[in-house]
Ligand binder design. Structure first.
Ligand code: SF4
Length: 231
């Protein structure tokens, strides 16, 4: 198994960015909408989450106080496309209540707080796991926190970065120890991994069209190497 350095990981990113272009995450009008989007995007396709965001926007509810006042009876039917809509309504109301009470509904005030402090506050909200919280920190508050997910796990295990059984923190550490904090890079790196996992490095990977396979100077993908020796 090859030892990956920060330089290797930057080359990996370069290969993906060259092939797929910058992903321009998070596609929303305001940081508050990004936060609501990250909650709605849990365990659902992007389209399902996007339709729910649009429905809330169309109903003129994409503001903390309005959303809180609307309550579950109004929110739930609007976000049906996001699946688990009852749970997600409760999560939205929980977050908005916290956001109004602690930060007076101000993204700037929240973003001014030390990253570790806001992270702990958000993780203390029921139903807010590290992936959702770190997405909020990175994509809404522009804090340099590397987000990892199930695609990162699959691709990382196949590349030989870390075992498939690694914890969220171990996977996150793998990147953050090697790549200096950089909001733009962290943003697009995670987005590129999601694109790769969604379209190419799927459950049954399509290695023949993978931009990181045989990219000059990059370590060979462990999974692809193993498949080649089987042929
Ligand atoms: S070469 Fe194949 S297994 Fe390796 S990252 Fe690309 S698609 Fe996934």
């Amino acid at each position: 198994m090859s030892e990956w350095t920060g330089t290797d990981l930057l080359l990996f990113y370069k290969a993906l960015n060259e092939a797929h272009g910058s992903q321009n995450w998070w596609p929303s009008d305001t940081p508050f909408e990004t936060i609501i989007g990250t909650i709605l995007a849990q365990n659902v396709s992007w389209k399902g989450a996007h339709d729910a965001v649009r429905a809330l926007t169309k109903a003129n509810l994409m503001e903390p106080a309005k959303l809180y006042r609307a309550g579950s009876d109004i929110i739930t039917p609007l976000i049906r496309s996001s699946r688990y809509y009852n749970q997600k309504t409760q999560k939205i109301l929980l977050f908005v209540n916290f956001f109004l009470k602690k930060y007076d509904g101000s993204i700037n005030r929240m973003a001014e707080m030390p990253t570790g402090e806001v992270r702990s506050e958000l993780l203390a909200l029921s139903g807010f796991g590290p992936e959702t919280v770190d997405s909020i920190l990175l994509y809404a508050l522009e804090k340099p926190v590397f987000v990892v997910d199930a695609y990162t796990r699959r691709i990382g295990a196949r590349q030989g970065w870390f075992p498939e059984t690694s914890t969220y923190e171990q996977m996150q550490d793998f990147f953050m120890r090697r790549i200096s904090p950089d909001v733009y890079l962290y943003n697009d790196y995670h987005a590129q991994i999601v694109f790769l996992g969604n379209h190419i490095c799927k459950k049954n990977p399509v290695c023949a069209i993978c931009p990181v396979k045989n990219y000059p100077g990059l370590h060979e993908c462990e999974y692809a190497k193993m498949e080649n020796t089987r042929v």
